[in-house]
Design a protein around this ligand. Structure first.
Ligand code: 2HG
Ligand code: ZN
Length: 467
């Protein structure tokens, strides 16, 4: 019989491991670790523990494992599916102090970093060698590499370089009972049993806690060009994209609509992108050593479907165009607490889905505001619904079932977290779920790592209830 985790003097044990200053229990200091970025998911932690290195992470997990105390690993807490905040009474294991950056290996084009290093810090660290990480995303200043690996983060360059899993050459991770596994040899070829590195990428803190990551780096291209194209809608955008995708220099193809861009302008005080407003906007970026501008212009010259274009090459101008896209998340959150659906559809189903998701949500939640945007090239739309209260899951059910009917995925790049656990069955069969559960049980037999994430918690309909 497991000891009652709440009667054991666990907190004292943790203080002995990491020091008093790094075990937080006072609500004024724990609050920021207990609420997620969307403000939809919030609960009290038993305590927040901030180890300094792998040894301390291992000791913390061993202590928690001994008494069966549940643990929620947390990086930059920029997740959007409630997977990095407590459900009530867990130990929050914050990895942000593991932010060591090791020297860049220029020959191998690799770097090894601590799980708590932010994406922006690692990019700045490797930039001196003319290198970069293949993944980039709007939360770059806060998102940590460990969290990005754990969630297999995607972002704006998946088209060119793939998601986070593809950038990871090796990891060091601590298992639920405190033992450490390490694959940091930096070998390009290494077929020695199961691919633990690939398995931990996207495991959302349910199988082990990633502490160090070895990343493959990509060269920084000499010239970058961004273009914002005003179009009539997603069908036109897809036709244009079908041409653009033949350009080897294409890195990003993002879509947004007039309402989202309007919200961004109001929220940030920026002027609209063009003198006139258009139904939708396609934002593309090409990067290469030889200036890709002319090839881009030639590729676009056949179409008359672009109403207006803004092109930018220098950094400031490019950032000005990207701002319309990257401020969507915060502009939406400034209006209210959104229901977020990060979904992928087959590209051929994207236009029908766009129409249907708007009409189905309007029927299920009259008056709700639906803001769409996303990574067109990946078939990845971010459906944000404002209006229904956080605990009302009617629109969640409507949107996710619609995705499944169109052959899509209920999570493209944000993960399942607790937000979508009860809908996992929509796109993962019973056999699939049994295989995943067997892996979970093998690596975490006491179920202490991020309970309620990916797999719905037993008894409850869908794990944590929204606050
Ligand atoms: C993005 O693409 C992020 O900017 C956030 O994945 C999406 O806020 C969202 O729904
Ligand atoms: Zn995204």
């Amino acid at each position: 019989v497991a000891a009652d985790p709440f009667s054991a003097p666990l907190t004292e044990k943790l203080v002995g491991i990491v020091g008093e200053a790094h075990v937080l229990t006072d609500p004024s200091t724990t609050a920021a670790y207990e609420i997620d970025w969307t403000r939809r998911w919030r609960a009290r932690a038993r305590c927040v523990v901030r180890p300094a290195d792998t040894g301390e992470v291992a000791a913390v997990l061993a202590a928690c494992h001994k008494v069966g105390a549940p643990v929620v690993p947390q990086g930059g807490n920029t997740g959007l599916v409630g997977g990095s905040v407590p459900r009530g009474g867990e130990v929050v294991l914050s990895l942000t102090r593991l932010n060591n950056l090791e020297p860049v290996d220029e020959v191998a084009a690799q770097v090894t970093v601590g799980a708590g290093a932010t994406l922006a810090h690692v990019r700045a660290h490797v930039a001196a060698q003319g290198l970069d990480i293949g993944v980039d995303l709007a939360a770059r200043d806060s998102a940590t590499i460990g969290g990005m690996v754990a969630t297999n983060a995607g972002g704006i360059r998946v088209l060119r370089h793939g998601p986070m899993r593809r950038q990871v050459v090796g990891v060091e991770a601590v298992l639920a009972d405190g033992r450490v596994v390490q694959r940091l040899g930096g070998l390009t070829k290494d077929n020695t049993g199961y691919d633990l590195v690939g398995l931990l990428a996207g495991s959302e803190g349910t199988l082990a806690v990633v502490t160090r990551i070895q990343l493959a780096l990509v060269p920084v291209p000499r010239v970058r060009v961004a273009a914002l194209l005003a179009v009539d809608g997603i069908e036109t955008a897809l036709v244009i994209f079908s041409r653009l995708r033949r350009l080897p220099s294409l890195e990003a193809a993002e879509i947004m609509w007039a309402d989202g861009v309007g919200l961004v302008c109001r929220h940030t005080g920026r002027p609209p992108p063009f003198a006139e407003s258009y139904p939708a906007y396609l934002l593309i970026e090409c990067a290469a050593d030889d200036d890709p501008t002319e090839m881009l212009a030639t590729t676009l010259s056949w179409t008359h479907a672009v109403h207006d274009t803004a092109v930018a090459t220098d950094r400031q101008d490019r950032e000005r165009l990207w701002a319309y896209r990257e401020h969507h998340t915060e502009a939406i959150s400034a209006v209210g607490v959104p229901h977020k659906f990060d979904v992928t559809l087959p590209l051929g189903a994207l236009a029908a889905f766009e129409q249907e998701v708007r009409s189905h949500v309007a029927k299920a939640a009259p008056g709700a505001q639906v803001i769409l945007f996303g990574h067109l090239g990946d078939g990845n739309l971010h459906v944000n619904v404002l209006g229904p209260p956080p605990e009302d899951e009617t629109v969640d059910d409507v949107v996710l079932r619609l995705v499944a009917r169109h052959g899509g995925s209920i999570s493209a790049e944000h993960g399942i977290g607790v937000a979508k656990a009860q809908w996992l069955h929509l796109t993962r069969s019973e056999a699939d779920r049994a295989a995943m559960a067997a892996i979970k049980h093998a690596l975490d037999p006491r179920g202490i790592l991020n309970p309620g994430v990916i797999f719905p918690s037993r008894g409850a309909g869908g794990g944590q209830q929204p606050s």
